[in-house]
Design a protein around this ligand. Structure first.
Ligand code: KDG
Length: 338
């Protein structure tokens, strides 16, 4: 009888500690508006929903994330401004559109810098990646983590692109970012900066001939419906970045901030695994959809790399040699094979 009483007392103590712990956590009921640009049925959409579920679980349902896909809250730059002004709480988008806010983010746009995901993960999740996240704070944004957009490849509706010279005169939509504009101008293309939300229509109406994005985006945005040719170049690795409004973030308790950071990191791991698992399937889907797929030969990729060299030099001058050297050291440390 005595043993039974001791067990019951222990159970009561454990339960009360658990309840006390959750009460001890300072979590207020909050609604978090989280915007993103790709379709809901995309790797980006799946990751945002994963994040929302994690936040709900870790906060006992008190922090509710309402997700807004397909740029319903506006293109990335507009959402960034909404975060800075405190009109929206969170978003995920391209680092490329942050270069006007923090110039050092241009380093992630340098063509052919990362050779594989292992290098990208090591640098983005390491000290250099964190240093750039921290720079956002003085601009009214909180950078939480990087997710994976992926290696970018070319599509167009005009003709097969196999040689570097085939890009000559192609009207190619690029992100609103000076490195992408300069890189494809140097390659001989007519680079046209456009918001992602306008891209499908621009391709459909032939306002532009082509664009460049990872396979998963080409599938989820149905670009194959209006693009005949796909050229595998892997010309740059694009990160996504999860950001929050600093004016909002600073009102959160440490417990609430910890939940959001841990959920964003868990969603990062989910998203990278999902995106990498989907990449080959996406390429197979594009072939099945009738796209003519060409792998640009290494000697032609080398010509693109050479044409882009002056652009890389300009980025190094802009971001500073020390930052460039730090990234290169991180790449070397990560090794060449993933
Ligand atoms: O909102 C779209 C962005 O998240 C990103 O996908 C942008 O890669 C991008 C592009 O080509 O605009």
């Amino acid at each position: 009888m005595k043993k039974l009483m001791l067990t019951a007392a222990a159970a009561a103590l454990t339960l009360s500690f658990g309840v006390a712990q959750s009460w001890a956590q300072n979590i207020q009921p909050r609604l978090i508006r989280f915007g993103y640009g790709l379709n809901e049925d995309s790797n980006q959409g799946r990751a945002v929903r994963f994040f929302a579920e994690e936040v709900g679980k870790r906060s006992g349902g008190k922090l509710k994330v309402r997700t807004f896909g397909a740029a319903t809250l506006g293109p990335d730059p507009q959402m960034q401004n909404a975060l800075i002004g405190g009109a929206q709480e969170m978003m995920v988008g391209s680092t490329a559109t942050l270069v006007g806010t923090v110039k050092e983010f241009a380093i992630w746009d340098v063509p052919f810098m990362f050779a594989n995901e292992k290098q990208a993960d090591a640098v983005l999740d390491g000290p250099v990646g964190q240093k750039l996240l921290d720079k956002l704070q003085e601009k009214g944004l909180v950078g939480l983590v990087y997710w994976e957009n992926g290696f970018r490849n070319l599509t167009n509706s005009r003709h097969k692109i196999e040689k570097a010279e085939d890009l000559q005169g192609v009207k190619l939509r690029v992100m609103q970012n000076p490195v992408f504009i300069d890189t494809f101008k140097a390659a001989g293309a007519n680079a046209v900066p456009l918001a992602f939300a306008e891209l499908f229509t621009a391709l459909e109406t032939k306002a532009v001939d082509g664009q460049e994005n990872p396979y998963t985006t080409i599938v989820s945005s149905k670009f194959y419906e209006v693009q005949k040719y796909l050229t595998v170049t892997n010309h740059v690795y694009s990160p996504w970045i999860v950001t929050a409004s600093k004016v909002w973030w600073d009102k959160l308790s440490p417990d609430e901030q910890k939940i959001l950071l841990e959920s964003a990191a868990a969603a990062r791991d989910f998203e990278r695994a999902d995106t990498r698992a989907q990449a080959q399937k996406a390429l197979d889907q594009l072939k099945a959809a009738g796209m003519e797929v060409t792998v640009m030969p290494e000697e032609e990729v080398a010509k693109l790399r050479e044409k882009a060299a002056p652009v890389t030099k300009t980025v190094i001058e802009s971001v500073g040699q020390p930052l460039w050297d730090e990234v290169q050291a991180g790449i070397k440390k990560a090794g060449g094979t993933n």
